[in-house]
Ligand binder design. Structure first.
Ligand code: ADP
Ligand code: MG
Ligand code: ZN
Length: 479
């Protein structure tokens, strides 16, 4: 039997407010353990929470960006469980009236657009951090009470690649909205993945497992792939899937059972008596909506419309990160021609490669838009620099801070295009490679490229390859 995977993701993002969600403690990262705590986030009896208005506004903005219905009436609930990282023994979360619900996010996978339903997005407080030593465990409560937005999808995802694309798109949108860094390595984005399989063509839901300990988007993809196979194999053997939570073990590339449904918790949700319900007016929602910038999907469509020559893939790469989008757009605007393709190519190609070698992002590189475009112009329009020399100049501008002109002069990189200067090396190449000459004459076009390569070598890459090709072709055909 063929099985179809069914996947739903639960993502927690840490909202970057200055203070915690129910008290005034700082949220700054990397401080002395237990230095950012107060009676409220330590759960002392009698201490009362007060909702951080910014955390609520950030949550609403994400809801809007994810096409959700923002609820006009929202409230908080206590979710009970006992664990040493949770001083109150309950977490303030939202149960039946989350900030927003019923949204969607469109993702593109393999040239197909798929709409993933967002079931709900609710605001809650984070727990502390446990640090396990050899013979003891320590707890740091600085993170306790930091605002988290939990975003839950419908079980609309059907492949690990779609899960990966969803996470990438979600991260991009939330970064655009500007309310979280969404950095899995820093723990500001965390993801649990629910997965089941069902006979192809059926619509019910199979028994699921919930995967935890996923430390990167790639881990989510790999763990889902493993788990899909495990489900198929189990059912194929006429065995039952047990509903359980499983941990992804990166090293062995397997999932390991953690707790089964029998041990599942009853959270005993009830309304948080120390916080009032919150009413969110349409006017407030409209105000917040205005503060949301153009989102990646719209930006992509606009780029394609306004900047001729860009492919869909180009636009997609450029808009994924807002800073990259802004940076490349500045360069498109400064490029005098209507066709922006050369700029896109150099941005996605050489500039990105240069940034990669320095472990930086393109927009962090110390090179002005003017210098960047000057190099492109020298290569693509004036043909004064070879492609390779252009890349060298780009790297040198970044490394040394000198102007392209200075570097071209110092390194003597000007491309040789006049025929007389190329005469010598061309004659040498022809003399030294009679076999290639014969091959070309016999109709093997590749042989010409070999000869071009030989002249390039002799000129240390400075010959203009297009012109060189023309000259060689002419001479070999005439002769
Ligand atoms: P739980 O109560 O165990 O957290 P929920 O019903 O709240 O389960 O769903 C949590 C997530 O799991 C959602 O993203 C949902 O889409 C997904 N999900 C629920 N049931 C299944 C299933 N049978 N297979 C795959 N995903 C599922
Ligand atoms: Mg769950
Ligand atoms: Zn506090």
């Amino acid at each position: 039997m063929n099985y179809e995977p069914v996947i739903g993701l639960e993502v927690h993002v840490q909202l970057k407010t200055r203070t915690k969600v129910f008290c005034g403690c700082s949220t700054e990262f990397g401080m002395e353990p237990n230095s950012q705590v107060c009676p409220v986030c330590l759960g002392f009896p009698g201490a009362l929470p007060v909702l951080n208005k910014t955390a609520l506004e950030y949550s609403i903005k994400v809801g809007i960006a994810l096409n959700c219905t923002v609820q006009e009436f929202t409230k908080f609930d206590r979710k009970h469980y006992y664990y040493p990282d949770l001083p109150k023994n309950f977490q303030i979360s939202q149960y039946d009236l989350p900030v927003s619900k019923d949204g969607y996010l469109d993702i593109a996978v393999a040239d197909r657009t798929r709409r993933i339903g967002i079931r709900r997005a609710h605001l809650e407080e984070d727990a502390g951090k446990l640090i396990h030593k050899e013979d003891k465990s320590l707890v740091d409560l600085n993170r306790t009470g930091q605002p988290l937005l939990e975003i839950v999808t419908e079980p609309d995802i059907h492949t690990p690649e779609e899960a990966y694309a969803y996470l990438t798109a979600l991260k991009s949108i939330i970064q655009y909205v500007g309310v979280s860094d969404c950095d899995m390595e820093k723990g500001t984005l965390r993801c649990d993945a629910n997965i089941s399989v069902r006979p192809e063509g059926s619509t019910g839901l199979g028994t699921k497992s919930e995967l935890k300990n996923l430390n990167s988007f790639k881990a989510v993809k790999d763990a889902l792939q493993y788990e899909i196979e495990r489900h198929k194999e189990t059912l194929g053997n006429n065995e039952q899937i047990v509903q359980e939570t499983r941990l992804w073990d990166e090293k062995s590339g397997r999932t390991i059972a953690m707790r089964s449904k029998e041990e599942a918790k009853d959270y005993r949700y009830f309304p948080e008596p120390d916080l009032p319900p919150f009413v969110i007016s349409q006017q407030q929602i409209q105000e917040l909506k205005k503060s949301i910038p153009e989102l990646p999907q719209e930006k992509k469509l606009r780029f394609l419309k306004e900047y001729a020559g860009l492919t869909e893939k180009d636009a997609e790469i450029l808009v994924a990160d807002k800073r990259k989008a802004d940076d490349s757009e500045e360069k498109f605007k400064l490029w005098p021609d209507k066709n922006k393709k050369p700029v896109a190519n150099w941005y996605i190609g050489a500039l990105t490669a240069t940034a990669g070698t320095l472990n930086l992002q393109t927009y962090e590189l110390p090179i002005s838009s003017k210098a960047f475009l000057e190099i492109i112009e020298l290569v693509e329009k004036k043909q004064a620099l070879s492609n390779l020399a252009g890349k060298t100049v780009l790297e040198e501008v970044v490394r040394s801070g000198k102007t392209p002109a200075q570097i071209i002069q110092e390194k003597n990189l000007v491309q040789v295009s006049d025929e007389s200067s190329l005469d010598g090396p061309i004659a040498e190449a022809i003399n030294e490679n009679p076999k290639s000459v014969a091959d070309f004459k016999a109709g093997k076009d590749n042989a010409l490229m070999f000869l071009v390569g030989q002249v390039m070598k002799k000129t240390k890459g400075k010959a203009n390859p297009k012109i060189l090709q023309d000259i060689l072709k002419r001479r070999l055909t005439d002769a």
